[in-house]
Design a protein around this ligand. Structure first.
Ligand SMILES: Nc1ncnc2c1ncn2[C@@H]1O[C@H](COP(=O)(O)OP(=O)(O)OP(=O)(O)O)[C@@H](O)[C@H]1O
Ligand SMILES: [Mg+2]
Length: 607
């Protein structure tokens, strides 16, 4: 879409950033896209206005990886123009393009190695008859009541053949600010990062290097690009074996250093490396059985795995997925390139199935929606690629680097708050309830309660609810700056240290212990207390009020001790709840209230 605010000032709004970059570049070369109606496209070509009749648009999707447009130019010639991923477009060229195709492929690889996003462009001249026939079959497919998508895809496939190569484009897809730093910090927090992209392998690897997921210091980078089940299995097996061998070498070298030169390990040196002068290790023959997966737990060294979409399709099959997960998880970095949106979601599902991990998917485009929905936590980046990702996400922001704060600060605090909230919640309710249980031994397990009815009603909703709520909302153990500086602080959450079975039983034990003290100490003291006349000093109500008051004071002091970060609201809630308890008790037990509402109080004598 173009918008001309004033003469010579055109603003393009495109479906994808690539398209707007291409249209803007064409404008700079004198081919200006001016306006569009449902049936026409108007351009100015080197100052000469030209209007094309738009005949059909063959939509883009992530499976086709290309899109085309069929237009009739002012001279009446019908032409199909197609742009898309090189892998799909080069397969559909006329055989006469072979030479140009080889040159273009070299250029494409060069561009991709520089980290540029590439597209190949082609055209096909259509005769009036060809167009008429195809347009009829397209109309039928479009109107089909069943399998419409498949029929349309077949129709598109039919016409996007024997095209003539026009050339290739390369567009710089700049990384956002702070991506490198964010990835480095998240890795230090022991968060495993996988890149799932639709880009071609070279571009993806280059981006991997520029965001420091891949580095030159890595022990090895494995590339899995087989086209058959067998070759993918072999490549994975080889990668796995090499990881084990190299780890043994490293461990052996370490032991050798420590043991003063003695070395015993299971690999065989076969020759001196030619490139860097390093030692090459003998790889097992391709058909060697894969090593047992428990060996993979002790991998030392930094490895990376790059897998292509077509190989991933085989790796995700039921009989290979375990091997793929174990190999990939032993690597420090995993890059899946040329993957479809469905594969992105499948990879997330695979990790959810095989690892006890919490998954987070972050993306900016419509092709990331399925993985954002599959992951436990979905994050959408709002940017140039539309709002589908944002709409599908749980959290959204405009910059990748904010992920650092989301996880290391807000995620961490949120986990801490939830755990403390839960622990305290169990504690205070056990302290409250178990007193009833102990009282049962003295009232013959009758229905009599220890506390008075008002106290039972108000304990959870008035006396003890607000302080724990304030802790659950505001608590912090370390300030945000420290969480960002020391990513290791994120680990307790991953290891489930703050709330687990052990912590749960500790809270409950503490609650039971509190209830024992709260019940038996007043019970022992008051049951022996008598006046000098020999009349017992305490009655049932004295005991009830003493225990209840002690309980409210103890749980309030406990939350004061548990609170790590005091705000004004915490103070108001903790001390206010305590104050409210005494105010209500005073009001309930004072003579004034009896005088105001004489008929509202009924007493049962327990004497
Ligand atoms: N509008 C388009 N027209 C034609 N081809 C396209 C278009 N958008 C993408 N492509 C081609 O299809 C491929 C796959 O696109 P897809 O949107 O799945 O992934 P991506 O944009 O390359 O990467 P990412 O997953 O990081 O967003 C692209 O690499 C590109 O070659
Ligand atoms: Mg995209």
């Amino acid at each position: 879409m173009s918008e001309e605010k004033s003469e010579g000032e055109l603003f393009y709004k495109a479906q994808s950033p690539d398209e707007s970059a291409l249209v803007t570049a064409a404008r700079n070369f004198g081919f200006v896209f001016r306006s569009r109606t449902p049936g026409t496209i108007t351009t100015t070509e080197m100052g000469r206005p030209v209007t094309y009749t738009l005949l059909a648009i063959l939509d883009f999707n992530n499976i086709r990886k290309r899109m085309s447009v069929i237009v009739r130019n002012p001279e009446g010639r019908i032409c199909l123009y197609c742009k898309g991923a090189d892998t799909v477009l080069l397969e559909r060229l006329h055989p006469s393009n072979q030479e140009l195709m080889n040159i273009t492929s070299d250029h494409l690889n060069e561009y991709a190695a520089d980290g540029l996003r590439t597209l190949a462009l082609a055209y096909r001249d259509l005769s009036e008859d060809e167009w008429e026939t195809w347009s009829e079959s397209h109309r039928c497919a479009d109107k089909a009541a069943s399998c419409r998508e498949d029929r349309l895809a077949a129709a598109y496939e039919q016409i996007e053949q024997d095209m003539m190569l026009l050339g290739a484009t390369a567009i710089e897809d700049k990384l956002q600010e702070g991506v490198q730093e964010t990835i480095a910090v998240l890795s230090l927090a022991n968060i495993k990062i996988w890149v799932l992209t639709g880009d071609k392998q070279e571009t993806a690897v280059n981006i991997g290097y520029s965001c420091k997921m891949l580095t030159d210091d890595m022990t090895d980078v494995f590339i899995i690009s087989g086209h058959t089940v067998q070759s993918v299995r072999q490549e994975l097996g080889r990668a796995k074996q090499r990881m084990i061998d190299l780890s043994r070498t490293r461990d052996g070298e370490k032991e050798e250093e420590m043991a003063g030169g003695f070395m015993e390990n299971g690999f065989k040196e076969v020759q001196e490396g030619d490139g860097g002068g390093g030692k090459q290790l003998q790889c097992p023959p391709p058909s060697a059985p894969a090593p047992p997966s428990n060996l993979m737990d002790n991998i030392s060294g930094e490895f990376a795995l790059v897998i292509n979409g077509h190989s991933l399709a085989h790796a995700l099959e039921a009989d290979m997925e375990t091997e793929f997960v174990s190999t990939a998880c032993a690597c420090k970095a995993v890059i899946c390139c040329r993957v479809t949106p469905l594969q992105k979601a499948q990879v997330v599902e695979l990790i959810k199935k095989h690892k006890k991990a919490v998954t987070l998917a972050i993306g900016d485009g419509a092709n990331d929606v399925s993985m954002i929905k599959s992951a436990h936590i979905g994050v959408g980046i709002s940017g140039q690629e539309g709002i589908q990702a944002v709409l599908a996400s749980d959290y959204s922001f405009s910059q990748f680097r904010f992920l650092q704060r989301l996880l290391l600060v807000h995620g961490r605090w949120s986990y801490l708050r939830m755990c403390r909230f839960l622990c305290y919640f169990f504690y205070k309710n056990f302290a409250f309830t178990m007193v009833h249980f102990w009282f049962g031994f003295f009232c013959g397990f009758s229905a009599q309660t220890v506390y008075d009815q008002y106290f039972i009603t108000l304990y959870n909703i008035v006396y003890t609810s607000l302080p724990v709520l304030a802790m659950g909302i505001f608590d912090q153990d370390v300030p945000d700056q420290r969480s960002l500086e020391y990513p290791k602080l994120y680990e307790p959450g991953q290891l489930n240290l703050l709330f687990n079975k052990r912590e749960f039983f500790i809270c409950i034990a503490q609650g039971i212990y509190t209830s024992v003290v709260l019940f038996f100490v007043p019970c022992a003291v008051l049951s022996n207390a008598t006046q000098s006349t020999g009349v017992p000093l305490a009655d049932y109500q004295t005991f009830a009020v003493t225990t209840a008051t002690a309980l409210v004071i103890v749980v309030s002091v406990q939350i004061a001790l548990d609170t790590g970060f005091w705000t004004v609201i915490n103070h108001v809630f903790v001390w206010g709840s305590l104050g409210l308890y005494f105010t209500i008790m005073f009001a309930l037990h004072s003579q004034t209230l009896f005088k105001i509402f004489p008929n509202q109080f009924h007493f049962v004598s327990c004497g």
